[in-house]
Design a protein around this ligand. Structure first.
Ligand SMILES: *Cc1c(COP(=O)(O)O)cnc(C)c1O
Length: 495
C-alpha cells in the first residue's frame, strides 16, 4: 500500500515519499508525516537472521513506497559500506547490565552518520524520479557536528554540491579540523565572523531569496536542506531499532515477544521519534525513555504537559543536546492530537509567539509509553566514571546522559526489563570531557595528546576519523563576514 506524506500543519498537502525528501519542509512550515505508520511485514525471527543492509531495506521499503527495489537497495549499498569501521554497522555492546547500541561507527564517529550517509543518495534518486534536472545544492549552517556529517555524506556524490558555514570561533579545534580538511571538489567550507545564530539566520534568508533562486535555476541549480526534519533522515533511523531487537533475539538475550526498553539521549527529538515509529510498526519495545541534559525542556514537557522554551540556555558537555526547541516533537504532537493539523498548527503558533504551549489531558494520556528525565553535568560525569570503573567500557557525554537517566528510571520504577541505550557518539569525539571524568588527574593538554591518553586507558583503538585529521592538509581556509555569505554562494556556483 502506498504511503503518502501530509503536512503536520494543513490537511491539504499530500505528496509522495520522494517529493517529501526533495522538499524537506512543507510550504506551510509543517513537517511531513506518513499518513499511517506501516506494520512490519516480516516477523522479528526472520529479521533477526538479516544483516544491517537487509534490515534497512525491509524497513525503508515500507515508508519510501515510490522507490523501486533496485533504487532503494542501491541507496542502501552506497551508504552502509566500508565508510563504517565495522561490518556490523551498528554493534551492540553489553556493559553493566544494559545494551549500548553503538551508532558511531560511521565516517564522523557520531550518530548523524546513520542518516546523513544515505540522505544524499535518497535525494539524488528522488530528483531523478521527479524529473528534476538541476544539480542539488545543500546549504547548511552548523555549530559543529551536523556540518561534518553532511559534508562526509555529500562529498563526491554526483549531482550535488554542499556549502557549510560555521562560526569561525564557535566550534572546537577538532570539529574545525574535521571540516576544513574535507575532500571533494563539490564541497565548500567557510568560517564566518559571527556566531551560530548569525550563520543560521543568514542561511534561512538565502533559502527564501527568490532572486538568488532564479539566478541559480538559470544555471541549473536548486537548493535543498539536509536538516534533521527531512523525512529522509528520520526513516533511516528506524532501521537500527529493528536491527537491534533482531540481534537481541538472535543471540538469545530476549525471548520472542519479550519487550525491551529504549533510552535515547535527546536533542531535536529525531532519534527517539524513530524509536516511537519502530514501536508502532510492531517492534517489541516497551518504554521510550527520553533523556535530557540540563536543558530539560522535554523532561518538563513529559511531566507537566507544558512545553516552555522560555528559560536560560545552558552550555553543557553534551552540546548536541543543548536545544530548547526540539523540532521533531511536532510530529509526535500531531500524532497525539489524533493527526489533527489544525490543532498542531495552533500549538506551534503558540510556541512561535509566546514560546510555550499546553497540551490537553487526552493528548497527555497518549504519552503513556514515554518516560522523561534528565541528568546534571555532575551526574553525567559520574556515570562515565562508574561505567569505566565497573567494566572498563568508555562512553561519551551524550550516551552518559542517557545511561544516567536509565539508572534513575530503574530506581524510580523497579522496571528490570532488558534495555537498549543508544550510544550516539564515540568517546573520541568528546575526549576532553571523557578524560576529565575517568582520570581527573591527567595532565594531557593538547587535543591529540588527550586522544592518545584515552586510547591508553580504554584500550580502544583510535578511530580512523581522528587519525586522519592529525596529518590531513587544510583544504578550506575561506572566511567571510555574515553579510558576504550570498556572494560566497554565487562565487562557488559561478553565477
Ligand atoms: C544529534 C545528536 C543527539 C540528539 O539527537 P536528536 O535526534 O536530535 O534528538 C544526541 N547525541 C549526539 C552525539 C548527537 O549528535
Amino acid at each position: 500500500m502506498e504511503v503518502f506524506y501530509h503536512s503536520t500543519r494543513s490537511g491539504e498537502v499530500q505528496v509522495r515519499a520522494s517529493q517529501a525528501i526533495l522538499k524537506g519542509l512543507s510550504e506551510d512550515g509543517g513537517l511531513f508525516v506518513p499518513d499511517h505508520i506501516p506494520a512490519l511485514d516480516k516477523d522479528i525471527k526472520e529479521l533477526a537472521e538479516m544483516d544491517y543492509r537487509q534490515v534497512a531495506y525491509e524497513v525503508m521499503k515500507l515508508y519510501l513506497t515510490d522507490f523501486t527495489e533496485e533504487e532503494l537497495k542501491g541507496c542502501i549499498d552506497r551508504a552502509y559500506d566500508s565508510k563504517f569501521d565495522t561490518e556490523e554497522i551498528v554493534p551492540l555492546a553489553e556493559a553493566a547490565g544494559a545494551y549500548y547500541l553503538e551508532l558511531f561507527h560511521g565516517p564522523t564517529i557520531a550518530f548523524k552518520d546513520m542518516a546523513l550517509s544515505i540522505l544524499p543518495h535518497l535525494m539524488i534518486t528522488s530528483a531523478r524520479k521527479n524529473g528534476v534536472k538541476n544539480e542539488i545544492v545543500i546549504l547548511t549552517a552548523t555549530s559543529g557536528d551536523t556540518g561534518k556529517a553532511a559534508l562526509a555524506g555529500f562529498a563526491e556524490v554526483e549531482g550535488t554540491r554542499i556549502i557549510v558555514f560555521y562560526p569561525k570561533n564557535g566550534v572546537s579545534p577538532i570539529q574545525e579540523k574535521q571540516m576544513v580538511t574535507q575532500k571533494g571538489a563539490n564541497t565548500l567550507v567557510v568560517g564566518i565572523h559571527g556566531n551560530f545564530d548569525d550563520a543560521q539566520t543568514s542561511v534561512k534568508k538565502l533559502f527564501s531569496d527568490r532572486e538568488l533562486a532564479a539566478e541559480m535555476a538559470g544555471k541549473g541549480y536548486q537548493f535543498s536542506s539536509a536538516n534533521s526534519i527531512n523525512i529522509g533522515r528520520l526513516v533511516p533511523q528506524i532501521c537500527y531499532y529493528v536491527y537491534a531487537c533482531g540481534r537481541l533475539l538472535a543471540e538469545g538475550r530476549i525471548a520472542e515477544g519479550e519487550q525491551v526498553n529504549v533510552v535515547v539521549p535527546t536533542g531535536n527529538f529525531g532519534n527517539i521519534l524513530a524509536a516511537f515509529y519502530a514501536k508502532n510498526m510492531g517492534l517489541p519495545i516497551g518504554k521510550l525513555i527520553c533523556a535530557s541534559n540540563e536543558n530539560k525542556v522535554l523532561y518538563d514537557f513529559f511531566s507537566t504537559g507544558t512545553y516552555d522554551r522560555n528559560r536560560e540556555f545552558i552550555l553543557t558537555a553534551s552540546p548536541s543536546m543543548d536545544i530548547l526547541i526540539s523540532s521533531n516533537l511536532e510530529r509526535l504532537i500531531y500524532r497525539i492530537a489524533g493527526n489533527d493539523p489544525e490543532q498542531t498548527a495552533k500549538l506551534m503558533a503558540a510556541l512561535n509567539g509566546e514560546g510555550r504551549y499546553d497540551i490537553t489531558e487526552d493528548m497527555k494520556a497518549a504519552l503513556a509509553d514515554f518516560y522523561g528525565n534528565y541528568a546534571t553535568e555532575a551526574e553525567t560525569e559520574a556515570e562515565i566514571r562508574r561505567l569505566y570503573e565497573e567494566c572498563g567500557y568508555v562512553i561519551d557525554t551524550h550516551t552518559a546522559v542517557a545511561s544516567a537517566v536509565y539508572q534513575k528510571y530503574r530506581k524510580e520504577t523497579g522496571d528490570e526489563a532488558k534495555t537498549i541505550i543508544t550510544s550516539t557518539a564515540s568517546p573520541y569525539k568528546f575526549t576532553r570531557s571523557v578524560m576529565n571524568a575517568i582520570d581527573p588527574e591527567h595532565d594531557a593538554k593538547g587535543d591529540f595528546e588527550l586522544v592518545d591518553e584515552l586510547s591508553k586507558l580504554s584500550g580502544v583503538q583510535v578511530p580512523n576519523a581522528i587519525e586522519e585529521i592529525r596529518t590531513a592538509p587544510v583544504l578550506h581556509d575561506r572566511q567571510c563576514e555574515v553579510g558576504e555569505m550570498k556572494d560566497v554562494v554565487r562565487e562557488f556556483l559561478h553565477l
